[in-house]
Design a protein around this ligand. Sequence first.
Ligand code: IFM
Length: 466
Amino acid sequence: MTLFPDDFLWGAATAPYQIEGAWDEDGKGPSNWDWRAHHTTCIAGGATGDVAVDHYHRWREDVDLLRQLGLNAYRFGIAWARVQPDGRGAWNDTGLAFYDRLIDALGEAGITPLVTLCHYDIPQALVEQGGWINRDMTGWFAEYAAAMAARYGDRVRWWATLNEPVCIADGFVPAPDDPHDLAAVQHHLLLAHGRGVQAMRAVNPALKVGLVTCLWPAHAMLGAGKAAVIGKAGERLPCADGTGDGWGAFSPDDAAEAARQADAAINRAVLDPIFLGRYPREIRDAAVGRPIHDGDMAVIAARPDFMGINYYSRVVAAPTRRPDGGIGWRWVGPAERGAPHTTMGWEIYPEGLYDIIMTVHRDYGAPAILITENGMAHADTVDPDGRIRDPYRRDYLAAHIAQLGRALADGAKVRGYCCWSLLDNLEWDMGWGQRFGLIYVDDQTLRRTVKDSGWWYRDFLRRGPR
Ligand code: IFM
């Protein structure tokens, strides 16, 4: 018996800045990422999204590739600056028409669109007014969300307001160094989500509106090298000598606290406000002065129709001693532990997908879950016969989909799964070095070639996923 219902959404995902290019064509305004690429040295190798992988001009071919892969869903984002160049005021008809054509072509191909409103990029004109530090952003975002719902809501049912608010707050706005500014950015992002949900529901109550966040199960680690022990949340780590309560400078309780802090910073920073209407204790303690107005938390906690989960790996947190004597944490990467990992330096840990789905399902009671991103980067190469043999990616995807099946069998309401990514693309500040695609894109010609893992995904879906 198949675990996956017939209407399960099987797709692949992209983001506008990473693929579209045409950064200043047809009336598009500059975005914060255009500015970053043109005015800073943040992006490795001086890469820019000016052309990216030229999806703006090659979208027909890309939709055809989705069809060839037999996918019934496609997650993409709208570049706010393409449809509303200044983020306020006038709309850009040519930009709006681009997404009309894309959505219509997906409809003709029987592919369900899942649309993200803000996948890191915002109009640069809004950055010049403070960006996410400015509370007015929440209103401007809600107006944009409502306009998108009105324009495309007849054809697009699934909407995500933001992609990965924790990442936006941490590094993708003009980086807020001051902890108060960071707290403001985090809060305004979630408030923008909540106000966006309200605005879209007012336009069309039939829409499914949610939020996408990247979740990393946080595990605790004590000790170092081969002697180190790692435990899942809530597990009590053994002591070094089996008798006392210590392991060098730190105890099992310290390790548990480190993992709790990592979990709060990465996962609960979003899940608690959205589902419980409050920030986790660890975050409340760290940022005094968060600009919360009366009623904000209720707006943020307007129940989403689904939770979008991006899953790549787990975080292993070891305790550290803070200058004030308290316990802090540090991320112990897989290379340091000798664990298998991708070229992003992320551990390959499929079981974490099951764990994190069950957390969102059981502990937070999410009404529905979409896996909005999952995949691996590797330095893929083209063989002399033109094929891209990537058995590592096939194995990665198969292992993660198996965990998805486990979660479904255990009652989690998972409605879909999208590989990250459809195409090799610009990996933000890491530039062109990280190939995540099911489809290889040649650096020079931008020619697309489906990798073996892409054909494997097609065949897996054809066989009827189990
Ligand atoms: O490329 C990104 C994507 O834009 C957001 N989620 C993580 C991916 C890999 O880093």
